[in-house]
Design a protein around this ligand. Structure first.
Ligand code: HEM
Length: 508
């Protein structure tokens, strides 16, 4: 790389004509002469700063990544002046208060071990390196590419999404963490780091569909089916989705109409499914069907008779949300998941983990909004003052921070319980608290999104630029309030579970 020249401010001030225009941002000098006509904000704003320091004006209008993207226009630095503004490097923790979990910033915690800190560090770097590609794919609404999925597979991050289990025992995870050490704190970190991309649609399409469907095969599939499918899914060669909801029914699984008729050697399936995340790209569908005496779960492979079309949602189309039709599809007995007519057990079995994932994502997305709003309030000037100088803005930030930190702390408590309870104990003791926390986390997200929008104003309604994360948050946060059990059902389930444990002899 050629060494950049140094200039004095006086030298820069001599380049102040439209065809020869330099500006200063922080300690760097940019030659805008060839860019000014292409500048998306127009010629006029740049001309105003010709030959001058444009640092505050620049940061009032652009995100830092603009400077990285247009680094080619940087021609030098200001003599004797050090950088005042740090450009975040891949893997860095944010220094903005409350922008990171306190345990990563040196605060004491009873929960986190060295292995969690190493994993977070390693994973942050990988996620940062993939962030631009993830964001471009999400904005374009593209199918996440096979190369992208395979890259995650090569770091064992597809397997990590599914949660702790034997599928991780023989691998080494980011941060040099042996897969056998992977617990629900690592799992929480996985979902939170991916949520930092600010691309919930893409994350749902790339890993969400698989995270909620693959356990049906891992826990209920016959050995041959597992041996054939699991390696393909965990390396990113194939995609999978969970096909339960239908146009006629959402949470009410008992009312599904897709049916499977028993025939020699298998089943013939007919019916439709709707809102199926990853469905548009999926090779396999863990599908709830009506059989003679109840609900059964079948692993349906993409074949003739299986059609998927896009359902347009507020998510990016990268989520692969689809409408699926099954028309006389033959499914062999070998693809039955669990016991015939007892598919409910298979459907219910993964709810706690799915909800835990949604909670972790919600807290991370809200925390991201805290960082965005804090930075914006500190750098944005209106009516001659920084936004942060307005008490109403500080009050909103306080509410956001308190919401995020309280949800984070409850999530950590749940992760600790999950680490120390077997499956039966989790089902008995945690279904209620997890449901209540999901309800609480998505309500918190609702409030954070609302306050963040007010802080960012019009920029929160714009898909690119300063408010792009907030725009995405306010457009998509409702998904977590509905998927995996709606807020109302979560709240009700939490209290009903508590009622079951209410002591018969308790009185006021
Ligand atoms: C290295 C120098 C600069 C580069 C590479 C640059 C690049 C860009 C880009 C890429 C955008 C689109 C924003 C987005 O959607 O993210 C933009 C918008 C804009 N830029 Fe610049 N810019 C530079 C300097 C400046 C300066 C010095 C000003 C003076 C105030 C300025 C004023 C604006 C304005 C007003 C907009 C429109 C913002 C909006 O839509 O809200 N730019 N610029």
């Amino acid at each position: 790389m050629t060494e950049l020249k140094t200039y004095t401010r006086e030298e820069v001030s001599r380049h102040a004509a439209e065809e020869d225009i330099w500006i200063i941002i922080d300690n760097a000098v940019y030659d805008m002469s060839n860019f000014i006509d292409m500048h998306p904000g127009g010629v006029f704003p740049i001309l105003e700063y010709a030959g001058k320091d444009a640092t505050d004006a620049f940061y009032g209008m652009h995100r830092q990544e603009v400077l990285l993207k247009y680094n080619r226009y940087k021609i030098g630095t200001i003599e004797g002046q050090k950088e005042q503004i740090t450009i975040r490097q891949h893997g860095d923790l944010s220094k903005v208060p409350y922008a990171e979990m306190s345990a990563f910033l040196g605060y004491k915690s009873p929960y986190y071990k060295d292995s969690h800190l190493r994993y977070q560090k390693g994973l942050r770097k990988i996620c940062d390196e993939l962030k631009t590609e993830a964001q471009e794919c999400d904005s374009a609404g593209d199918r996440p590419s096979d190369e992208f999925a395979k890259k995650l597979g090569s770091y064992h991050l597809l397997a990590a999404h599914v949660g702790p289990g034997s599928w991780l025992h023989d691998v080494v995870l980011p941060g040099n963490v042996p897969g056998k050490e992977y617990d629900y704190f690592h799992d929480m970190i996985t979902h939170q780091e991916f949520a930092r991309w600010g691309t919930p649609g893409l994350v749902a399409g790339l890993v969400g569909g698989m995270t909620i469907s693959l356990p049906t095969v891992l826990n209920y599939g016959k050995p041959e089916l597992k041996a054939r499918l699991v390696p393909l899914l965990l390396t990113g060669e194939k995609r999978m989705s969970l096909a339960i909801t239908e146009p006629y029914t959402g949470s009410d699984v008992a009312s599904i109409r897709t049916h499977a008729k028993k025939v020699e050697g298998g089943y013939i399936v007919n019916g439709v499914k709707k809102w199926i995340t990853t469905g548009r790209f999926a090779d396999y569908f863990a599908t709830a069907v009506k059989t003679e005496k109840g609900i059964s779960m079948l692993l349906i492979e993409r074949q003739e008779g299986v059609e998927t079309k896009a359902v347009k949602t507020a998510y990016s189309a990268s989520a692969g949300t689809s409408y699926i039709t099954f028309e006389n599809v033959f499914v062999p007995d070998a693809n039955l998941l669990g016991v015939e007519h007892q598919g409910f057990r298979v459907v219910l079995s993964n709810f706690n983990h799915e909800r835990f994932m949604l909670i972790a994502q919600s807290v991370a997305a809200a925390r991201n909004a805290v960082e965005e709003c804090f930075k914006w309030a500190m750098q944005r000037k209106v009516f001659g003052k920084r936004l942060i100088e307005q008490p109403v803005i500080r009050n909103k930030l306080a509410k956001m921070i308190a919401g995020v930190e309280s949800c984070q702390t409850w999530t950590e408590n749940i992760a600790y319980q999950m680490n120390h309870m077997n499956y039966a104990q989790q089902a008995d003791m945690l279904a209620g608290p997890i449901a209540l926390l999901k309800y609480h986390a998505t309500r918190m997200m609702h409030d954070v999104s609302d306050d963040a929008c007010q802080i960012f104003g019009g920029r929160a309604l714009t898909k690119t630029g300063m408010g792009k994360y907030i725009e995405d948050l306010q457009r998509t946060y409702k998904f977590n309030a509905i998927l995996g059990g709606s807020e109302e059902i979560m709240a009700d389930l939490g209290v009903r579970q508590a009622m079951k444990k209410f002591p018969a002899d308790a009185r006021l």
